[in-house]
Design a binder for this molecule. Sequence first.
Ligand code: ADP
Ligand code: MG
Length: 228
Amino acid sequence: MSLIRTKNLTRIYHLGEREIPALQGVSLEIDAGQMVALRGRSGSGKTTLLNCISGLDRPTSGRVWLDGEEVTAFNEQERVDLRRRMLGFIFQSHALLPIYSAAENIDFVLRLAGWTRAERKVRTTEVLELVGLKAWMNHRPFELSGGQQQRISIARALAAKPQIVLADEPTGELDAVTSEQVLQMFQRFAHSEKTTILVATHDMMVDEYADEVLYLQDGRILERQKLR
Ligand code: ADP
Ligand code: MG
């Protein structure tokens, strides 16, 4: 069974009299433990697709299943619960809480996911080690470089052991060397932690690391390419 499945997703935005078809019938299936890149130009529908998959947005029509559960049939509370249980998020601007230290940012999501204090302490150290930033655990975001902040947000997204991590332009604000490190990290986590990572990006470098690439154009999947 596919971990992520969508059938005929459409999403139409209404801007006054205008209708903007952001997704025009997207059907896809993604297996567990894969790093999948969602590539396409700005405006091709990448963010809309991620948001419809995560339940942050509702498609105009079509259905989404995550691990066999139909998310599009859920009510708002069920979708919130599902996100906490099953999903991790990484955004272009890392969205760390500025008044919290690196460790507290991670502790916070674990608390939301219902982990005990003792479990949180162990796991926070573990994920900070995974991204090579344990020495920075007591620092606040503004004391870290952009690349370090993004690595903290990766640690945070992985902390609660989500089955799926959705990353929207995660390297958008990073230099080429740091971008490559981040993509390398995704590949490693997808394979070692058996996490499915879906990365929306217009960065071609992602092809070096992804198991598969989906090309999006005008809200449709134009091509699907298995890379390894
Ligand atoms: P991408 O992430 O690939 O840049 P988006 O999913 O953000 O693409 O956008 C797809 C299309 O939907 C674009 O034409 C965009 O202008 C439009 N769009 C996205 N969000 C909104 C919105 N909230 N209201 C109206 N149009 C939107
Ligand atoms: Mg986008």
